[in-house]
Design a protein around this ligand. Sequence first.
Ligand code: PLP
Length: 314
Amino acid sequence: MIDARYIFMNGKFIPAEQGVISVRTHGFAYGTGCFEGIRGYWNDEDQQLYIFRLREHYQRFLNSCKILQIKLPYSIDQLIDFTLELVRRNEQKQNIYLRPVAYKGDQTLGVRLHGLEDHFLITSEPVGNYIDTSGLHCGVSSWRRIDDNAIPARAKIIGSYVNSAFAKSEAMQNGFDEAIMLTHEGNVSEGSAENIFLVVNNELVTPAPTENILLGITRETMMELARRELGRITRERQVDRTELYVADEIFLCGTGAQFAPVVMVDHRPVGDGKVGPISSALQQLYFNVVRGRLPEYRDAWCTSVYAPVPQETQ
Ligand SMILES: Cc1ncc(COP(=O)(O)O)c(C=O)c1O
């Protein structure tokens, strides 16, 4: 159930309970669709809801659409306007999760991408933490990350989340908090819904874009914050599984997961088993940045939903 009054669907704002699709819908039957996950953070001091990196999310969304041969009749600016209008209509003044979805909307049998009708919707609902942000125990998954030539991970394709679900359930049913997936070659790829960073010999390291990862917007945010605020360059390279066992620090990051330090991998403590200094610094920075508390990043990365409250005259 969507805990909001309205959704945006095929060009209209409609009551959320009317947002239904037929059981025969192609995107439902075959997973032929893509989506974004975007967070908005309520800042009580500013009485403002800041949506984090909205434009970048829609840029990636349109790339996913292109890969899936989905053509939307909207520009990025229109998509942004629909999104802001939806949140305003819902009068949301809390942390929210926005999910734009584009999918093959035909009610037809036959698996393919071409020659089908493209549908679009956005939902916006209140959200809390997706996973613990104080120290995770991760397990390396026996499920391999889907390959670029099978279902491209760089597109956020609905059907590809079955791969994530296999890994996440296996990890949790084996007593871990989260999975770390490897590529078919056995290199570290990413978590079930997060990118991964390691601190190795004082350097930040993250799997390269060619390691079947989703090119995370939080990943890019971390690289930029680390460079600008901590003076640390991130190396994007192949990462061996056993580097996970000897890294000084590890963290996962993503819109849903936010910033989640990892303190154990496969029953081995990461570093001394406590959250390390680089992770702590980046986590604190991230939580301030997304709430619009650092003006420089607020102007560049946060979209205000509501008109600013006028300052009281002194
Ligand atoms: C598989 C996967 N990797 C990485 C990420 C992180 O991406 P982002 O930071 O853009 O949310 C996500 C999150 O949605 C994901 O589903």
